[in-house]
Write a protein that binds this ligand. Structure first.
Ligand code: DGL
Length: 278
């Protein structure tokens, strides 16, 4: 049965652990400008990166339930850490198409590398999950070097994307990638597109940077197009931001880094907030 008009005009649900998934949402808005977007950011429980995978899975499913109950026509798991943790469970649990960030970025990296040496930078949880290694295992002759870069998220959220401190940390984190001779580097975390300047500066212009945010947006376009799910409403689009923590802080950080993409955000309640990480 083909989808009804109201199903076609339903929003795309985008989920992230917090604020970084906006890099994905913004790219989706670029390639699908007429689509409505509903965003859930679990800022009260972010960062997910240092958390055990099982806990990330539980938190992510609670947030994804919220989006599905909102009536979204597709789910985008914008968070690399959550994509690594929850993809299979989410595909079993929901009827709507699910797009995640790991596989599209891995596919692009495998397609563009010339020497078969692909680097991945990501959170600790994504590194521990081996999600990128698994995604690239199907590409013959591709070797993967992964470096977890936990402080990058802190820098971005503090609004620091340039200067000596972030440069020196980037030099340290990127050493293993350079030592392995990678000609392609996957920015395997939502926040890293905002550090593209410093990462590219350290890696040099011969290294391809693959952004999981833009690859996921392209994948969203492909899935909606191939399944005949693009909106028929070609008027303006609506964006709704639902945040588990302080909505004003979220709007403030995003306006500082992404301009007017987020006008207002509202606080919602999802699951239980643990006292400490882990
Ligand atoms: N969104 C996370 C990711 O892409 C980064 C922030 C966090 O650790 O929660 O992996």
């Amino acid at each position: 049965m083909s989808p009804s008009l109201s199903e076609l005009n339903a929003p795309i649900g985008v989920f992230d652990s917090g604020f970084g998934g906006l890099t994905v949402a913004r790219q989706i808005a670029d390639v699908l400008p007429h689509e409505d977007i509903v965003y859930v950011g679990d800022t009260a429980r972010a960062p997910y990166g240092p958390r055990p995978i099982a806990q990330v899975r539980q938190f992510a499913l609670e947030c994804l339930d919220k989006l599905v109950n909102h009536g979204v026509k597709a789910l985008v798991i914008a968070c690399n850490t959550a994509s690594a943790a929850v993809l299979r469970d989410a595909r079993e649990r929901y009827d709507v198409p699910i797009i995640e960030v790991v596989l599209p970025a891995a596919r692009r990296a495998a397609a563009v590398t010339r020497n078969g040496r692909v680097g991945v930078i990501c959170t600790e949880a994504t590194a521990n999950s081996m999600a990128y290694e698994d995604a690239l295992a199907a590409s013959p002759g591709v070797g993967v070097t992964t470096s977890a870069c936990p402080r990058f998220v802190e820098f971005v959220e503090a609004g620091i994307t340039a200067g000596p401190e972030v440069l020196s940390v980037a030099r340290e984190y990127l050493k293993p990638i350079q030592a392995a001779g990678c000609d392609t580097l996957i920015l395997g975390c939502t926040h890293y597109p905002l550090l593209r300047g410093v990462i590219s500066y350290v890696m040099g212009e011969k290294v391809n940077l693959v952004s999981s945010a833009s690859e996921a947006a392209q994948e969203t376009w492909r899935v909606l197009n191939d399944r005949g799910l693009t909106t028929h409403d070609l008027g303006g689009s609506n964006r709704l931001f639902m945040i588990t923590g302080d909505a004003d802080r979220f709007a403030g950080i995003s306006q500082r880094l992404l301009g007017q993409f987020v006008h207002t955000a509202e606080t919602i309640h999802v699951g239980r907030i643990p006292r400490a990480h882990g």
